[in-house]
Design a protein around this ligand. Structure first.
Ligand code: NAD
Length: 339
């Protein structure tokens, strides 16, 4: 069998600091997996002039899975070429249309399923002669059908409740969305489903998140709601995501950004990228045992060595080391790399 290949894109700001911890964990847990680093975002613009160099696209298309740190740097805030364009281009190139964002804490266990390659972030945009600036939200029926099906499938594997979030009282795209959800539902009679307007969904997530199992929604609503879900389940430093296509390499990344306020200080919480690594092990490499081992090690390590965002004083490196020290599979400690 050919070796699995994981492309690591460290990204910008705190990206390289937290990606380093993820890489060390992967090396320890599955030394047989081939790791390769490529450039994306601001780091890529500095080196090549482009936020998504062709070499990065080619490596990701040939990979088994991609592990990505955050991109974005204030240095490029006023520039025409921005790091975030590289991220959107990569999602489109891999066609990772299904973004899974689990948010778990105590009795809250929500999975946000966000459409990732359509809608407002990918529609036509520009400036007219009179100074009007516009962005366009478009969805094809196929784009909606495939993400809605994913939502139902994922709900079927969990508590069998799906909440579809839209703004059908105002938006045409939302009315298409709602119609497709209603047409798809009869194929999943074992899944209970409901529609919810996005403004109400935000309020319900903030006040009674326990009521939700799977939420399925379009790109921008999902972007905003998943940060909210992260906030009510421990903060951005903890929130992972998996972006899946139909058969191609998945993209695994933390929900948070490059945190320019923390970059270079060695105190960013690596948990979100480590939890994304657990999703990569499970969904990208088909190694559920290693994924569980990593999740257990992370939970134990953050209880013992919390970083400043969790009220503690541990550095990125100290928490990462604690995770690696806790790693066990089948009750046996996984030796540190080379140990
Ligand atoms: P951010 O997520 O970088 O930071 C928001 C807040 O959360 C900050 O206070 C930050 O210190 C904190 N935070 C984030 N990650 C943390 C971690 N691992 N540990 C501890 N605290 C953490 O959001 P922002 O400041 O709005 O954006 C900064 C840059 O990141 C922008 O350029 C933005 O475009 C980019 N961004 C990229 C992605 C991505 O690559 N997927 C996602 C969101 C934002």
């Amino acid at each position: 069998m050919p070796k699995s290949r994981v492309v690591v894109l460290p990204g910008d700001g705190i990206g390289p600091e937290v990606a380093r911890e993820a890489r060390l964990v992967l090396e320890q847990l599955c030394p047989e997996v081939q790791l390769e680093e490529q450039l994306l975002g601001g780091a890529a613009i500095r080196a090549t002039g482009e936020p998504l160099p062709q070499a990065t696209v080619d490596a990701c298309l040939a990979a088994t899975a991609v592990l990505k740190g955050p991109v974005g740097d204030p240095e490029f805030d006023a520039a025409d070429v921005r790091p975030e364009q590289g991220l959107l281009g990569l999602r489109a190139a891999l066609d990772t249309y299904a973004n899974l964002r689990p948010a778990v804490l105590g009795d809250v266990d929500v999975l946000i399923v966000r459409e990732l390659v359509g809608g407002l972030y990918f529609g036509a945009s520009g400036t007219r002669e009179d100074g009007t600036v516009f962005d366009t939200c478009e969805y094809t029926p196929r784009q909606v059908e495939r993400i809605v099906r994913r939502g139902f499938e994922l709900a079927r594997g969990r508590r069998r409740k799906l909440t579809s979030v839209d703004k059908a009282n105002v938006l045409e795209t939302s009315r298409l969305w709602r119609r497709i959800v209603d047409e798809t539902a009869p194929r999943y009679p074992d899944v209970e489903y409901e529609h919810m307007l996005v403004d109400n969904a935000a309020m319900q997530l903030a006040t009674t998140p326990q009521q939700f199992d799977v939420l399925v929604t379009e790109n921008m609503f999902g972007d905003i709601l998943s940060d909210l879900a992260a906030a009510v389940t421990g903060g951005l430093g903890l929130a992972p995501s998996a972006s899946l296509s139909d058969g191609g390499a998945g993209l695994f990344e933390p929900v948070h950004g490059s945190a320019p306020d923390l970059a270079g200080r060695g105190i960013a919480n690596p948990t979100a990228i480590l939890r994304s690594t657990a999703l990569l092990l499970e969904h990208g490499l088909g190694l559920p045992e290693q994924a569980d081992a990593l999740r257990t090690a992370i939970d134990a390590a953050i209880a013992a060595k919390p970083t400043p965002d969790l009220g503690g004083t541990a550095t990125t490196d100290e928490l990462g080391t604690a995770v690696r020290e806790q790693l066990t599979v089948d009750g046996a400690r996984v030796p540190s790399y080379g140990g």
